[in-house]
Design a protein around this ligand. Structure first.
Ligand SMILES: [Zn+2]
Length: 242
């Protein structure tokens, strides 16, 4: 259910694993993604189960329509009747509103400035990391009054740099933008480390209170991995402030 949970000065960070939900194979068990082919009722139940285990009202959890871009939405209440916007980061100054990010190998990034009362969630796959979705989220936070030196960041389970094999040209393109993402697989071929790239971007912005999940989704049987299974569920990361 909740694989990792931490609270820092009234900011709460949580990442799910794949167990404890009602979805059938190949989405077993706690698939939280609504656009991956799973039964909609099962996803709704899973989202309720996960929210309850975190002490959250499911109606106060905000999800994104993620598109591997760098657009950011600032909000102070759940989306209304309008379609959920296509963004890969959401930011709020509303305490109690939980922001959620869905992943299965991409890097989920949770950010909070507990003093300013600003939280953000970002979805950073390879394209989003290269496009700068996480720095864009930090900029949106600072415009609302957050200070990079106070921002706490937790990155969740994601495919690691020793597993994320890419063509040589792709690694070169990514490394040209973010050298820290240059990686090599455990079998000696070209790879990308998206999480390392995200942390390097945050370091340059002066965001120093950062931790990284040790879990590699592709190597862990307790997590969904798109690269391993293709048709599979989605994990979620949640951030909110008291
Ligand atoms: Zn790995």
């Amino acid at each position: 259910m909740i694989g990792q949970r931490e609270s820092v000065s009234g900011a709460h960070f949580a990442f799910t694993d794949r167990w404890g939900g009602v979805s059938a194979a190949p989405y077993e068990e706690l698939n939280l993604g609504g656009a991956v082919g799973d039964d909609a009722e099962a996803v709704r139940t899973n989202r309720e189960l996960a929210a309850k285990s975190l002490g959250l009202d499911p109606a106060q959890v905000v999800w994104m329509n993620q598109v591997h871009g760098a657009d950011v939405a600032v909000l102070d209440e759940p989306w209304g009747a309008e379609p959920v916007p296509e963004v890969d980061a959401i930011v709020t100054a509303r305490r109690g509103l939980a922001l959620a990010v869905l992943t299965a190998d991409c890097t989920p990034v949770l950010l909070a400035d507990p003093v300013a009362g600003i939280a953000a969630a970002a979805h950073a796959g390879r394209p989003g990391m290269v496009a700068g979705v996480v720095p864009a989220a930090v900029r949106a936070m600072t415009e609302l009054g957050a200070e990079p030196s106070r921002i706490v960041v937790r990155t969740g389970p994601a495919v690691c740099g020793r597993c994320y094999e890419v063509p040589e040209a792709m690694r070169a393109e990514v490394a040209a933008v973010e050298p820290a993402a240059h990686a090599e697989t455990s079998w000696g071929t070209e790879a990308v480390d998206v999480t390392a790239g995200v942390h390097a971007q945050l370091e340059r912005l002066g965001v120093r209170d950062r931790e990284q999940s040790p879990v590699c989704t592709l190597e862990s049987g307790d997590h969904f991995s798109y690269r391993r299974d293709r048709t599979t569920g989605r994990l979620a990361g949640y951030v909110w402030l008291d």
